[in-house]
Design a protein around this ligand. Structure first.
Ligand SMILES: [Zn+2]
Length: 416
């Protein structure tokens, strides 16, 4: 029995009240993005590092969106460089009046911590910070190096957070493997993410008075037919490599358990969301212009270039329409066979009885930036239920589990 490991686990139990109070304070310090000003919430994190006597650097390429980077060397010789990553910014609150508790209260009640961003991902970021703090206390036993990155500008996929760090100081933040604590649910470890790209299709016609249907085609009717035709792209099948396909087939039950019935069936397909339809100005005019904003999701193994010919061919059926290209985030993945995955699975099972499977994330996280750079990146965290919703909350037990799972897994990885 490893006494230091046992002591880490017991320390987390002993400090449970302080860990909860810390997360409550972090949630009660608003950091909605947009607008993305995270200075106050960042100060909550840096305050905790300071209180523990830990060194850190604040890196703020955008003055209102600071990032924290902290590292230490283990005292037991050479080993891998493990990087922990969490974000500080959270989704905004649309209408606080429909929440049953104030969204920025951080209230602790009914065995839960309540507030905007507690799932995505203040619970995870707090857990990583405490894992870093606790591991620093046993650094003489660790090999290699541990780095903590707490970043801003994640929720809008912006350039000032993890993207800036990875592009501008790769030697400090890339490491050999990344561990993130974004919410996954207990059944999942993310090793991959679907891709996404956005397009705007504009249909233009001369338009006319609503009674003069003989002088112009209607842009809205053309757009309706175009939307119908675009569903054809959802029949394009993905082509994952054999090893990835095998992993996903084994994980189908876990994927549905984490994300709801039907999620696993979506993962190897192209999916289309007609996100916005903007048309018309007045009830007695034939619209001259319709704007369709499309959100296209890609299975791993596929890229935008594989889907664009089909979209272009459909759009070409309607000569009144044109395409404008938006941002592209290509799918990303790493080899799910990795010692850190084995360690996470073993610790998760020991702590909760559930052994999480490696699966593809439906949305996107900053972990993609490490995978794009060739660094394996894995995500394990709290429940995903209620993410970005009204009355967002996390069970205290779930949060403490995430603290323990990450602390012990990082310890195991750096002592292996
Ligand atoms: Zn997130």
């Amino acid at each position: 029995m490893d006494a230091a490991r046992q002591e880490l686990s017991e320390t987390i139990d002993r400090q449970a009240d302080d860990l909860v109070a810390f997360l409550s304070r972090f949630v009660a310090t608003p950091s909605p993005n947009p607008p993305g000003d995270t200075r106050a919430a960042c100060a909550v994190l840096s305050g905790a590092l300071e209180a523990a006597g830990l060194e850190y650097e604040v890196i703020a390429p955008h003055p209102e969106m600071p990032n924290i980077v902290a590292s230490f060397e283990g005292g037991a010789g050479a080993g891998p460089h493990l990087v922990l990553n969490g974000h500080i910014d959270v989704f905004p609150v649309e209408d606080p009046s429909v929440w049953s508790r104030a969204p920025w209260s951080g209230e602790v009640a009914d065995g839960r911590i309540w507030g905007r961003g507690v799932i995505d991902m203040k619970c995870g970021t707090a857990a990583l910070l405490h894992a870093y703090r606790l591991l620093h206390g046993v650094r003489h036993r660790l090999k290699g190096r541990l780095t903590l990155t707490c970043v801003s500008d994640e929720e809008t996929v912006g350039p000032w957070g993890a993207r800036w760090l990875v592009e501008n100081m790769p030697e400090r933040v890339l490491g050999d493997v990344l561990l993130s604590a974004e919410a996954t649910g207990r059944h999942a470890i993310y090793f991959a993410e679907r891709g996404v790209f956005w397009l705007t299709i504009t249909v233009r016609t001369p338009g006319a008075h609503g009674a003069y249907g003989h002088v112009t085609p209607s842009a809205s009717r053309i757009a309706a037919r175009l939307i119908g035709d675009l569903a054809e792209i959802e029949t394009i099948a993905g082509a994952p490599s054999d090893n990835i396909a095998a992993v996903l087939a084994r994980a189908a039950t876990s994927i549905d358990a984490s994300h709801g019935e039907g999620a696993s069936a979506m993962l190897d397909k192209v999916t289309l969301n007609v996100a916005m339809v903007n048309a018309g100005v007045k009830n007695n005019m034939i619209p001259a212009r319709v704007e369709l904003v499309l959100d296209v999701r890609l299975p791993i193994g596929m890229s935008k270039a594989d889907v664009m010919p089909a979209i272009a061919a459909i759009v070409a059926r309607y000569p009144q329409s044109s395409i404008e290209h938006g941002e592209v985030l290509e799918p990303n993945w790493c080899d799910p066979v990795h010692p850190l995955v084995d360690i996470l699975q073993a610790n998760a099972r020991a702590l909760t009885g559930v052994r999480p499977d490696p699966i593809v994330c439906l949305g996107m996280t900053d972990a993609r930036l490490w995978r794009y750079a060739g660094v394996p990146a894995f995500v394990y965290g709290s429940t995903t239920e209620g993410t970005a919703g009204i009355d967002e909350h996390v069970e205290i037990a779930d949060y403490l589990h995430v603290v323990k799972a990450h602390t012990l897994s990082a310890y195991d990885y750096l002592t292996a």
